[in-house]
Design a protein around this ligand. Structure first.
Ligand code: UDP
Length: 377
């Protein structure tokens, strides 16, 4: 198992429970991949080292699964946005709309009003911009989506797929819950403790600070690769595009911003958001505060890949890497990086559980092992 993040831990655990011996190797000095959490030694605040991770799902099986390995504390994500000189509530809800337009509309009035703002000529939005214009119209799009998205993705929203915006709801009531999933929460002791518990099985050996050497492939019965798909092939065909994130950490003696996540919608503010980590654990009490100022940029060879960009050019290259992967024996490419997709944690776990099941089924029936946890295209 190459990679000790969520995909690696969940598949590793499932196969270990089925009697296989699993070696999990990771080049980092910790498990949990990008959802790694660590206590700040000065303040005691649990820091989301690679940026904010809030667990949310509608999948009861996945929710039950994570609750086996961690004590979850209910947590609702309330995000604010500073834009055009004011602080607004996200996702766009009745409070946002009324504040933005200086009105006191009720739900039906707001719905009718936004319908007059939205571009009804766009019936089948393909791009992020079209989706936003069809959804909320130009003014709200300019304030909340255009600048943020340009900073986040480094390109004009007209060249991004509509699917990115479909992640966010617009609400005609005062519900400011960022997610609409049935289950939401935070593992009380952090994600690293949860992943450590998943990996805690007599059939699993974890080797940190270790890189996988494909030259030793014959040493293993089967390899699950949770690293970047193009990375497996030494980037031979070119590099798939990713956005990486920079976190400028700073501290504060009290409460810096009064919420966990403050987005910045204006394009001339260079960062996308500021995260105040102690607010991810309101059940804890900390005097001091640790914050991240987050900026996104194109991922270079030595950077950590976060968001797959998946523009048209990447899709052609991706197709070539998929062919290369299909021609590779005894390797399964899994997870966000292995399948080059923008995955939430719950989907990652769901796909990992399914992948382990399919792999075992193939083993038992003599069928070929799955080459991907989920087809990347
Ligand atoms: N987005 C935006 N303005 C915001 C928040 C999000 O335009 O204030 C857009 C942006 O393009 C982002 C996408 O919506 O990439 C999805 O947002 P989400 O909060 O789900 O992003 P994540 O937390 O996964 O980075």
């Amino acid at each position: 198992m190459v990679g000790a993040g969520l995909s690696g831990a969940v598949i590793g655990r499932a196969l270990a429970e089925a009697g296989h011996r699993i070696t999990v190797i990771d080049s980092r000095d910790h498990v949990a991949g990008n959802c790694h959490t660590k206590r700040d030694p000065d303040t005691g605040v649990l820091v989301h080292v690679y940026g904010p991770h809030i667990f949310h799902t509608d999948d009861t099986q996945v929710w039950d699964y994570v609750n086996q390995f961690a004590q979850f504390q209910l947590y609702k994500n309330h995000v604010k946005s500073t834009t055009q000189g004011q602080v607004f509530s996200l996702p766009i809800n009745l409070h946002t709309i009324n504040q933005f337009y200086g009105k006191t509309m009720r739900p039906d009035e707001a719905r009718a009003f936004i319908a007059t703002q939205a571009d009804s000529t766009i019936t089948d939005p393909q791009t992020f911009e079209d989706q936003a214009l069809a959804f909320v119209g130009r003014d709200l799009y300019d304030a909340f989506f255009r600048g943020y998205t340009q900073k986040q993705w480094g390109c004009d929203p007209t060249s991004l797929p509509a699917s990115i915006l479909k992640r966010l709801p617009v609400r005609f009531n005062y519900d400011d819950n960022y997610f609409f999933h049935k289950y939401q929460g935070m593992p009380r002791d952090g994600y690293t403790a949860m992943v450590t518990a998943i990996l805690d099985h007599p059939n699993i050996t974890v080797q940190l600070n270790t890189t996988y050497d494909p030259a030793n492939a014959s040493q293993w019965d089967h390899v699950f690769w949770t690293g970047a798909l193009d990375g497996y092939f030494g980037f031979d065909l070119g590099r798939l595009g990713y956005r990486t994130l920079d976190f400028e950490q700073f501290s504060h003696s009290g409460d810096y911003q009064g919420c966990a996540v403050m987005n910045y919608g204006d394009v001339d503010v260079p960062y996308t958001r500021i995260t105040e980590h102690k607010h991810f654990a309101p059940w804890e009490d900390h005097q001091g505060s640790v914050l991240y100022r987050e900026t996104a940029r194109d991922c270079g060879p030595d950077d950590i890949p976060y968001y797959p960009i998946r523009l048209v050019a990447e899709k052609a290259l991706l197709a070539d890497y998929i062919s290369a992967a299909r021609a590779t024996q005894d390797v399964t490419f899994v997870g966000r990086l292995g399948t080059y997709r923008y995955l939430d944690m719950d989907v990652t776990i769901r796909e990992a559980l399914d992948c382990a099941r399919d792999w075992q089924h193939a083993r038992m029936t003599g069928a070929p092992a799955p080459q991907f946890s989920k087809a990347p295209l």
